[in-house]
Design a protein around this ligand. Structure first.
Ligand SMILES: Cc1cc2nc3c(=O)[nH]c(=O)nc-3n(C[C@H](O)[C@H](O)[C@H](O)COP(=O)(O)O)c2cc1C
Length: 260
């Protein structure tokens, strides 16, 4: 692939949430996507990650329900569960005569990084093939049930499902923080209220524009006030939910001997 094409894909990509249900992903393309996942960088090249292609309809139904019945999942013909997997590495070492402890916060963090790099490689590979995808992170909220459904061993955790398919139409790109709010030189720079307000106004404005007409200045101001940055995110990621899910996940990570 040409350099410029790859850059365009990176800059233009957006999450797809409406798929052509009856247009399957060919086995050849699916394999290319998985190989792109395998080829991702990895700390020490340990590659603590595993990809499970889910084809079984009953299994899909169970995962769909666990992930809050996000309707578009069902329209995506290909599903790949991306797992952090220290099990294979530990077993491979043991099978070759070495029994050592590669668990705890460092291997866990490296594993999450490695699996995330694979996930993004697969997202980009799908785009390069004319497909689109959505990452479904909700599996992390139900680690025990997902472990049972997928038959995961100790030292393994499902991080996300990548749902892939042909997009019905090109999705709109979402707003991102301004370059200067995110990119610093030499030292961290604190965010100011003005930066948040500028970002939020842009985001709200674009949301309003989706209705097909240019909103007035007053309408934008009103919408910004009605749904502030802080209030919107605090309502989406409710504190009780975060606390409860943190607890569940920490217990699971301990049970899985990933974190002690
Ligand atoms: C870890 C992770 C979990 C996500 N989980 C979900 C999800 O459960 N449902 C969903 O519709 N989108 C999910 N997404 C997609 C994000 O909502 C999306 O990336 C974000 O809104 C930015 O949009 P963009 O990808 O088009 O830039 C997830 C993305 C990530 C990285």
């Amino acid at each position: 692939m040409e350099k410029t094409n790859l850059l365009n894909i990176l800059l233009e990509r957006a999450t797809v949430r409406n798929f052509e249900k009856d247009e399957p992903v060919s086995e050849e393309d699916l394999k290319k996507i998985l190989v792109a996942g395998i080829r991702a960088p990895s700390a020490g090249n340990i590659q603590p990650r595993t990809f499970i292609v889910v084809r079984d309809e009953k299994e899909k139904e169970q995962l769909y329900e666990l992930c809050g019945k996000q309707a578009f999942m069902k329209d995506a013909p290909a599903w790949i569960v991306v797992c952090l997997d220290l099990h294979r590495h530990l077993k491979a070492a043991k099978l070759t005569g070495v029994d050592y402890d590669f668990t705890g916060i460092l291997p866990y963090t490296l594993g999450v990084l490695d699996a995330s790099l694979s996930l993004e490689n697969m997202v980009i590979a799908a785009e390069a093939l004319g497909l689109g995808s959505v990452i479904i992170g909700s599996v992390i909220e139900h680690p025990k049930k997902v472990k049972e459904i997928l038959g995961l061993p100790e030292h393994c955790l499902a991080l996300s499902i990548l749902c892939i398919g042909y997009p019905k139409k090109k999705p709109k790109r979402r707003e991102k923080w301004d370059y200067r709010t995110v990119v610093f030189e030499n030292r961290y720079r604190e965010i100011r209220l003005k930066d948040v307000q500028n970002y939020w106004r842009r985001l709200v404005l674009n949301g309003l524009k989706r209705s097909g007409r240019k909103p007035t200045k007053e309408e934008v101001e009103k919408a910004c006030k009605a749904r502030s940055y802080g209030a919107t995110y605090a309502a989406h990621y409710k504190e009780d939910f975060i606390k409860e899910t943190n607890k569940k996940l920490m217990e699971f990570l301990s049970e899985q001997s990933l974190l002690k």
